[in-house]
Each structure stands twice: as structure tokens, then as C-alpha cells.
Design a protein around this ligand. Sequence first.
Ligand SMILES: Cc1cc2nc3c(=O)[nH]c(=O)nc-3n(C[C@H](O)[C@H](O)[C@H](O)COP(=O)(O)OP(=O)(O)OC[C@H]3O[C@@H](n4cnc5c(N)ncnc54)[C@H](O)[C@@H]3O)c2cc1C
Length: 495
Amino acid sequence: MSRIAIIGAGVGGLATANLLAQKGHDVTIYEKADQIGGRAGLLQKDGFTFDTGPSWYLMPKVFEQYFAQFDIDVNQALHIQRLSPAYKVFFEKHDPVTIRGALDIDARTFESIEKGAGDQLRRYVDAGDKIYRLALDHFLYTDFTAPHKLLRRQVLRESLGLIPLLRTPLHQHVSRYISNQSLQQILEYPMVFLGTSPFKAPALYSLMSALDFKEGVFYPKQGMYSIITLLKKVGDQYGVTYRPSTEVIRVIHRRNRATGVLLDDGSTEQYDVIISNADLHFTETQLLAPEVQTHPEHSWQRREPGISAILMYLGVKGSLPHLEHHNLYFVEDWKKNFEDIYERRALPRTASLYVSKTTATDPSTAPKGHENIFVLVPLPAGVELDERALQAEADHYLTKLATAMNIPDLKDRIVSQTLFGPNEFRDRFYSWEGSALGLSHILRQSAFWRPKPRSAKLKNLYYVGASTLPGVGVPMCLISAEIVARKIKKARRKR
Ligand SMILES: Cc1cc2nc3c(=O)[nH]c(=O)nc-3n(C[C@H](O)[C@H](O)[C@H](O)COP(=O)(O)OP(=O)(O)OC[C@H]3O[C@@H](n4cnc5c(N)ncnc54)[C@H](O)[C@@H]3O)c2cc1C
């Protein structure tokens, strides 16, 4: 069995460690932070408990499949519950709309806003659902190195209809179904989850609406960090070694093989296989010597980072009854907001944003008589915000939020506040261009075109997590772990 080092204890790193340790490998995870989980972290402050990153539990089947390999029923273990309502949307100039996550009811809501939109929603979601099933069955769990599997007649037949959706931007596709801007926004916002814009993302990602309208929006009873806790529990069971507060500063190599890691205390450790769960740009340009970089600095000029963000973790006194668990606020100038972020790369003055109120589902995340609020404002990658600038931006958006969601005394009621911005994404996660999510999911960075999970220069160096296939999001990182574990197994068989 092999000695395997994993650099980074994000979802991808933790999930891969478990799969490999279960097969009998000797696995060690190095994590520079003192806490595991990476972007899916936990913040406990002033009596409040915040999930620092992910808050939407989507694609439950992916979680089920991953944990079933360890004989764990994840729905039971994490007490997964379906949220109803799924989310509430606030608009700059219209009344809010609540999405139930039940297609019959949501179709009626759409119909009440635009004649014919109810049936159109059904058609749109059904079409998205077909793409989603196809993706799960054939495209998400592959690294595209076995093209014969994708060229089978049935897969080809089912996939042919998707080709026009590769070239059509999502917004154009949505406009064929629905005219009303507010309803279009509801079908387009999930592109932000993929770090991209509905004006650039391929229409293939209409599959995302099958998640919130058909499959459902879920939540683990004790919050998203309970996923990390469960991953660690499995790792402990199979003997994974965790080395928190230990940074890898170099991957050592000899000819075309990685041979070990150099740690921040100056010591080195020898390994048979190395897997990096760190940001791919950082791994390639900082951890590897130039002659063994598959993705050297110049290759990144052609790449596009996903959004950065301001995150606010707020403890608020009193109740906020008109907020649901998930809340979105969409500005009227929808297109300009995306252009500011993706084209001009300028700080927007007005922005759509996301607010989560975890106390709606889990009151234990705040002291009695308080609410737990997480705010995410998408920003362009590459911006610099020092502490003062971050505070000024946060104040600006809190004022907007207070008006948009009709909470005039919001600022006076904040009893705990922690901010996290682009500089923090860069410094804490070594994230390329301070992106919150990693490479955006434009077509040339999706599926076949996303960086592959194995180095082209070092035979035994692999990549796992949001930077590589299939991409951004907790379920995607679980799939990424399965792809890498399978590749390592196959490589061992060939030896
Ligand atoms: C604000 C926000 C909201 C999100 N919302 C959702 C959501 O609602 N639903 C969803 O499914 N997904 C969401 N995501 C995306 C999801 O959280 C990420 O895609 C996923 O957690 C990334 O995991 P990863 O495996 O790529 O590792 P990361 O989380 O990127 O972790 C990598 C780890 O490597 C460590 N590391 C880096 N360099 C070194 C080194 N040299 N030595 C040692 N350790 C190192 C880092 O400290 C870090 O812990 C969100 C992300 C963010 C930021």
C-alpha cells in the first residue's frame, strides 16, 4: 500500500483521504489552518455559530452515493431536511417572491406574474432535469480520459440535443421561455454559485434550476460544518492522519515523480503519491519547480477566475420574521451588475446579494432572542480591499440590505460582526485573484475543458477540489474525490 500526502483539508482533500484510507493506504493530510474544512469552515463567536462558506445543500444524491461507500446513510447521519420555502427573493422595485421548491405551487406563482409562465417553468425545469440526469449518469463522474464511454450510441443520442446549449448563453436560453425580468432572474441567479454570469455561462447550466424547483433545497440539521465533521469521523475510523497548522511549501520531485513535501518547519517527508487540494494556480506556480509545472503562470492569462465576495457574519438582536432561511436580493440593473463584476472588474455600487438566516432552521446557532445572519455580496476577482475599505463596503451594503429587506434598524441591532473579503480569500486560501470559488464555469473552463485531476509532468501528482473536474461546490468536490481515488487505483493496477 502507498504512503499518500494530501495538501489541504478542504472537502475534496478530506473526501479523497477517506476513500484511499479505506483501501488500506497510509494517508496524511497537511492543512495550513488550525481548522479543517477549508472554505466550508466554522466560526464560533459571541455565542453565534456560523458556517463560513457553503449554506445550500444541493444534489443530495451525490452525498448519498459518497457516504454509502462507508455504509453511512447521510440523510440519517446529518438529519437532512428539505427546506420549505426553498428561498425568498427580494427585488429592488417589486414585491418579494417566495419559491417553495414544489413545482406545482411555484408554477402558479410564475403564472401570477406572467401569463403562460407557469407552463413555461415546467418545461424549463423538465428540460433542465433531463440534462441533470444525463450529467450525473455520464459526465460528472468522469475525467474524460475514456472517450469511448461517452461515444456509446445511447449517450451520443441523448447528448446530441445538448450541443446548441453549449454555445447559447443561459440568459438567451431563459429569454426563450420567460419575458418577465424578475422571473428570468430567478432562473439565472444559480450561475453565481458557479462563479459565472448568466450572460456568459452556457445554457447547459439550466440544469441548476432542476435542483431548486424539482429535487429540492436541503439542510443538515446542525449546519453545513456537520458535513466536515462527518468526513473527519470517517477519516478517523480508517486511520487518516491530520496535520493541522502545517503548511506545505514545496512538492519535491525527482525526474517525473513527486517524491515528498517540504513543510514550513523546514522538515521533509517522503511519499509515493501526492494530492493537492490547494488552489490549482497556487499549487502549480508556488509549490512546484518551473520545469514540472503543467499550468505555468503564463497559461493563467487565458483563464478566468470566478467571483470574489464580501462575506459578513452577523449576530442580530431580536427577530427578523420576514426573512426565510435563504434570501436573495436582485437589483433592477441585473446585466450591469454582472458586467461590473465580470467585464469591467470594477467594484459595483449596487449589487445583488444573498442573505442566509440559519436561525430559521437551527435556533441553536444564536443566543436566545437573536438571529444568525450571513451576507454574501459578489465582487469581481482581483480587487484589493484592506480592512478599512472592507468595512466601508460592508457598511454600504448593509444600508442597501436594510432598505431592500425592510429592516430599517438593522445596523443598530448588530451585536456581533465579522467580515471576510477578497484579501482574506487570497491570504487564507492562496486563492487565485482572491476568488471565492475558484475558476469560473464558463464553457472553456467546464467539463472536458476544466483542468484535469492529474499533473501532466509528475506522474504521481494529483489535484482534487473546486479547481479541477467537475468544479465548484461541495457535491462537486465529493465527486472530484471519487475521480481522483479511482485514478490512483487504476495507476497502481498498471504498475
Ligand atoms: C462564500 C462561499 C459560499 C459557498 N456556498 C456554497 C453552497 O451554498 N453550496 C455548495 O455546495 N458550495 C458552496 N460553495 C463552494 C464550496 O464551499 C467549495 O467549492 C468547496 O468547499 C471547495 O472545497 P475544496 O476541496 O476545493 O477545498 P478548499 O475549501 O479550497 O480548501 C483547500 C484547503 O487547502 C489548504 N491549503 C492551501 N494551501 C495549502 C498548503 N500549502 N499547505 C497546507 N494546506 C493548504 C487551505 O487552507 C484550505 O483549507 C461556497 C463557497 C464559498 C467561499
